[in-house]
Write a protein that binds this ligand. Sequence first.
Ligand code: MN
Length: 229
Amino acid sequence: MNYAIPAPATPVIPVAGSDAFFPVRRIFCIGRNYAEHAKEMGAVADRAQPMFFCKPADAIVAGDDVDVPYPVATQDLHHEVEMVVALARGGSDIAAGQALDHVFGYGVGLDLTRRDLQAAAKAKGHPWDVAKAFDHSAPVSRLHPAAAIGHPASARLTLHVNDELRQETDIATMIFPVAAIVHELSRLWTLAPGDLIYTGTPAGVAALRPGDRFVARLGDLAALQGRIC
Ligand code: MN
C-alpha cells in the first residue's frame, strides 16, 4: 500500500497471560448504566433506551501502571471507573443470547471526563465529544480473555484515589448488562473485532488532580493503577 502519509499505528492493549496484544478498532461507551450515578448527575436512568457515546481508539492508555497527562482545556477532570469489554467477533442485530460469544475478554478502565465541558455542553444541548473524546481519556488495564476467566456477571468494581475509596459497586447492578449492551450497540452499528465497550460508571465520580495516584479493580479479575501527571 502506497500511503500518502505514514499510516497511523493501531492502538493496542496487552493481553494477560500472553505476549499478544489486542488491536483496538473503536471505543463505545454507555452512559447512565448505574442508577445511583445517573442520580448524582441529576439525571434519571432510562431503563428502556441506553445512551451511547464514543471515544477515538487512540484515546487508549493501556498497561498495568500508566501515566495519564492532565488534559488541556479543563479545570474539572473526573474519574469514572468502568468494566471494559473487548470484542473478538462483530456483527449486526446480535441477539442478547448470543452476545457473550462475541466477547474476547474483560478489563477495567477509566472513562475520563472533562466535567466542566460536559456541563456546558449539556446546558446548550451540544454533543459530548469535547467532554469525553479527548486525548488519553481512556486508560485501560491489561485484558483478561474470557477463555481464562469466563464471563463475570458479578464482581466488585472499585476505584481508589490516593488510597481513598472513591467508587464501589457490583457489576451485577448494571442497568444494561454486557449482553444487552452488545445487543443494543449492534442495532446501531455493525460491530467488529477490536471494538471496545466501556460499560458505565457507578456513583462517586469526582475530581482528579495532577499527582493523584489511582487504582481501579474489577474483583480479582483485572486491575489498573496509574498517576495523573
Ligand atoms: Mn462513563
